[in-house]
Design a protein around this ligand. Structure first.
Ligand SMILES: Cc1cc2nc3c(=O)[nH]c(=O)nc-3n(C[C@H](O)[C@H](O)[C@H](O)COP(=O)(O)O)c2cc1C
Length: 182
């Protein structure tokens, strides 16, 4: 197995970060990998916003959890409570992929590039779609004005940091999902 295949095989979703900051050179290497992603007709319909302000991330986390706690349906709140009570798992660094409308596939590829780049550098990471909820909260517009560039919309986030348990387990690949013809 080569280095690339090893990184793919060992990646897992990290749901507990120490909170220690990530070195700028690693963040910049990941950001570069993000904008090296392929896109339809090379339109690159994204902006990558790297949030390293942990106070802001923690504030967004608290606002979102507060919103979830007040919902009639508590299932999501309870699920996150069961994972430590933080929707952003104490991450010190959030990669926000802001995208142009209708470019979900391109955005997903960027998310995976970020996740694999982070894994290759020994950093925990998790693609976090629930971050969308933060922008539905009472402070959602305030956050969006700060984070999402004009003309773009929420695409996806990837949380990156040092894992509390760096020995996380990748999911078992389901070989029945593969079919060969010929
Ligand atoms: C589009 C997408 C959105 C996701 N959103 C979340 C999320 O909001 N919170 C979370 O903890 N994990 C999230 N995940 C991670 C998945 O739960 C995870 O990839 C899946 O359970 C497989 O586990 P693995 O990544 O460890 O292989 C998301 C993954 C994808 C691809």
């Amino acid at each position: 197995m080569n280095e690339t295949l090893r990184t793919i095989a060992n990646r897992y979703s990290c749901r507990s970060f120490t909170g220690a900051p990530v070195e700028n050179e690693k963040i910049e290497a990941i950001a570069l990998a993000a904008v090296q992603s392929p896109s339809g007709m090379n339109v690159q319909p994204w902006q990558i916003v790297v949030i390293k302000d942990k106070t802001l991330i923690d504030d967004m986390d608290a606002t979102t959890m507060d919103m979830l706690s007040k919902m009639d349906d508590k299932s999501l709140y309870e699920r996150i409570a069961g994972r430590g009570g933080k929707i952003y798992y104490n991450t010190p660094c959030m990669f926000m992929i802001a995208k142009k409308e209708g470019t979900d596939l391109d955005c997903g590829i960027v998310a995976e590039n970020i996740a694999l780049a982070a894994s290759s550098l020994g950093l925990g990471n998790v693609i976090c779609g629930l971050a969308r909820l933060t922008f539905d909260s009472e402070k959602g517009q305030e956050y969006a004005a700060k984070i999402i560039p004009e003309g773009y919309e929420f695409g996806m986030t990837v949380l990156v940091g040092y894992a509390t348990n760096p020995e996380g387990t990748p999911h078992e690949p389901d070989m029945s999902k593969i079919k060969y013809i010929g």
